[in-house]
Write a protein that binds this ligand. Structure first.
Ligand code: PXL
Length: 295
């Protein structure tokens, strides 16, 4: 059969990402694209901001005009059926408002919200107004929110629940976030001082599952984006939330285990670890086959 007669291949599950560019390829849109492609999805990318950064930290953020964000998204949504939304760094209150309006037209599509509030070094990406907008406009439309413990505490403070009891524990923060409207919250424990990393999934009835992971040495750039995109990939493929969370954590842990340090700053997760796994074995096999041929 000639190439022209080949039937079209089936379209992989399509995930629409709203994220900012990270030119290092560690976090942001670049992390989303690598993760989703690695897990068999086709990613669509609506850029919300540009950044100037290296692997040590973020120097500058240029939010994209919210009208441009809306135009990028509407053009895609009118053309391509999508299986999940993934939201990362959003850049401005105006961006949050237009994205909230757009996604409200697709209430049945699962939505993963990674509430990016700061970089690993602590560069702040979101002020109080943006956090307020996320809580009031996006949380009620979110299938699963994926804050680290610092983000969970900051977001919970903005839910308007009584704070008179002092700093709430993570279970209480998760309860408030679910009350604010998201279906599930996965709080990651990298920033806690526990010997191992404990990630906990909460739903409307409290804790759903808790997973404990060996704490790997080194500091990583883009682990949160990888985890959230991996959850979106599993949901887009039809997996339920609890299994998606399990599969995405396993994948993310392997990307961290295979992480590399391309510059002078943080390590970057290797989203394509599987494409490199067998290199040594293959080289060894090739060498031994060459040696056999020569006998
Ligand atoms: O890791 C969170 C994150 C997301 N998106 C962009 C980033 C960062 C962290 O630096 O730069 C664009």
């Amino acid at each position: 059969m000639s190439a022209a007669q080949n039937p079209p291949s089936a379209t992989p599950p399509v995930v629409l990402c709203f994220s900012a560019s990270d030119p290092t390829g560690g976090a942001g849109m670049q992390a989303d694209l690598l993760t989703l492609a690695s897990l068999g999805c086709h990613p669509l990318s609506v850029l919300t901001a540009l950044t100037v950064q290296d692997t040590a930290g973020v120097e500058a953020v240029l939010p994209i005009d919210s009208g441009w964000i809306a135009d990028q998204a509407r053009a895609l949504l009118e053309d391509i059926p999508i299986a999940a939304f993934k939201l990362g760094m959003l850049g401005s209150v105006e961006a949050i408002a237009v994205i909230a309006e757009i996604i409200s037209d697709y209430p049945d599509i699962p939505l993963v919200l990674d509430p990016v509030l700061a970089s690993g070094r602590g560069d702040q990406f979101a002020g109080e107004e943006m956090i307020d907008a996320m809580v009031s406009l996006l949380l009620p439309q979110t299938t699963i929110l994926t804050p680290n413990s610092l983000e969970a505490r900051r977001l919970a403070q903005e839910t308007g629940e009584d704070d008179s009891g002092g700093s709430p524990n993570l279970i209480e923060c998760a309860r408030r976030l679910v009350l604010a409207g998201c279906e599930y919250v996965l709080v990651t424990g990298t920033h806690e001082s526990t010997p191992q990393v404990i990630n906990t999934l909460y739903g409307s009835h409290g804790t759903v599952r808790s997973d404990t992971w060996e704490r790997l040495p080194g500091s990583f750039h883009g682990s949160g984006c990888t985890l959230a995109s991996a959850i979106a990939a599993h949901l887009a493929s039809g997996t339920d939330v609890v299994e998606a969370v399990q599969g995405a954590q396993e994948y993310t842990w392997r990307t961290l285990q295979g992480g590399f340090r391309p510059g002078m700053g943080q390590f970057i997760p290797d989203r394509l670890f599987w494409s490199r796994d067998d290199d040594d074995d293959e080289d060894a096999e090739r060498d031994s086959a060459d040696a056999d041929d020569k006998h």
